[in-house]
Design a protein around this ligand. Structure first.
Ligand code: CUA
Length: 408
């Protein structure tokens, strides 16, 4: 059994390590940090935090100081006899002090009222919908990934939200299966992603770069693996991205390996995943139309690299044990058996492994096998996914943007 003090220290260590475990993989993105505001709204929140912090500190000093003074003044000193009621050395006893009572009620009421006014002012600023909202994006949380649908544009981009610098974007946040919570700390606030409800959030990035976001509501086995990135581009570049994304039609592959990849994709993946010009997929699975331009995959947990030799532990790429041997996870591993590298992933495996399913008629459990794709086929699909790029947009290289902040 742990003693209370040990449990406390143990809990503190567990909390701290959990906070660090949630730092981004891939190294160079801006870390989630409440004291690193990158937007007007987070700046407002930070000002409020400082005001409340200073008030709290003053209260601590005044009440703690008074307590200390009283204890020092009235304690029984060595050699002195303990005070007893009615004894000659008992301090004067009195009851009721109007001035003191008014002060003890009035001062806290005043402090809370001032904080209340500051909070109301900050909230009014944060929740105000600016007139110059450039784009509304429907944000859908799914187990365990995020979908971003650009209203009126016919553009879906999964797990990476591209926005223009300096202009407000309105997000309509919703959950599609269980309760999630959308949060990109440096750009402002969080919104619960609830099934059947839409919660609005306005975000504005003041600087270009990649911002790290994640799910903040325990939603299942891979809750901690439900990340996303917000990519803020200068307005002209954003417009270019949006128009290219809108117009994107997957080219017909000429390279034989890509052609093989396309065949395998159509036979095994296209029922769920959309690629513009190839397959419509379904809304409940990530859109892979611009996969080759993405900075990450598998809801932000793996860095997207075209060549597996670019993976490195130093850059924060994840390693896991495969048959007892630890190595860095590749896109091929993800395709082969996604649940092996991301617990709870719903994508079927393509390694011929077996799973159990209950027969609705007989009520008995039956063993079934996943499709088995050859290594060559899996490699061809990976290469095919990488071939879908928006010309001029390679967010893999944009991870360099915020390196100056990586140690914060
Ligand atoms: Cu979704 Cu936690």
């Amino acid at each position: 059994m742990l003693k209370p003090f040990q449990s406390f220290i143990f809990g503190l260590v567990a909390l701290t390590s959990a906070a660090y475990a949630q730092q981004p993989q891939g190294g160079a993105d801006r870390w989630i940090h409440i004291l690193d505001p990158q937007a007007q709204s987070t700046q407002n929140m930070q000002t409020l935090l400082w005001v409340a912090g200073i008030f709290s500190f003053l209260v601590l000093v005044v009440t703690g100081g008074a307590l200390w003074w009283v204890v020092q003044k009235f304690k029984t000193r060595p050699g002195e006899k303990p005070t007893k009621p009615g004894a000659a050395n008992e301090p004067a006893q009195f009851h009721g002090n109007n001035t003191l009572e008014v002060a003890l009620i009035g001062v806290p009421v005043l402090i809370v009222s001032v904080l209340c006014v500051f909070t109301a002012l900050a909230l009014a600023k944060i929740n105000q919908k600016p007139a110059n909202v450039v784009q509304t994006v429907q944000v859908n949380g799914w187990q365990f990934w995020w979908d971003f649908e650009y209203e009126g544009q016919g553009v879906r981009n999964s797990n990476e939200l591209v926005i223009p610098v300096g202009l407000p974007v309105e997000l309509k946040v919703s959950g599609k299966d269980v309760i999630h919570s959308f949060g990109v700390a440096n750009l402002g606030g969080r919104r619960d992603a609830l099934p059947g409800q839409t919660n609005k959030l306005i975000i504005t990035a003041e600087k270009a770069g990649i911002y790290y976001g994640q799910c903040f509501e325990l939603c299942g086995a891979s809750h901690a693996n439900m990340l996303f990135r917000v990519i803020a581009l200068p307005k002209a570049q954003y417009d270019d991205w949006l128009s290219k994304a809108k117009a994107y039609q997957a080219p017909k592959p000429t390279d034989p390996e890509l052609a093989r990849g396309a065949e395998v994709f159509l036979a095994n993946c296209a029922g769920c995943h959309a690629i513009k010009g190839v397959a419509n997929g379904a809304p409940s699975f990530p859109d892979l139309s611009y996969f080759g331009s993405h900075a990450t995959y598998a809801a932000g947990i793996f860095r997207n690299v075209e060549n597996n030799s670019e993976l490195s532990k130093e850059k924060g790429d994840r390693a896991i044990k495969f048959n007892g041997e630890e190595r860095l996870v590749t896109l091929e591993d993800w395709i082969r058996n996604s649940a092996q590298v991301k617990p709870g992933s719903l994508m079927p495996a393509f390694d011929g492994s077996t799973y159990k399913v209950k027969n609705a008629d007989t009520g008995k459990w039956e063993e079934k096998s996943y499709v088995k794709l050859s290594d060559a086929d899996i490699q061809a699909v990976a290469k095919y996914l990488h071939s879908h790029k928006l010309e001029g947009f390679d967010f893999k290289s944009m991870a360099e943007f915020n390196t100056e902040n990586k140690d914060q």
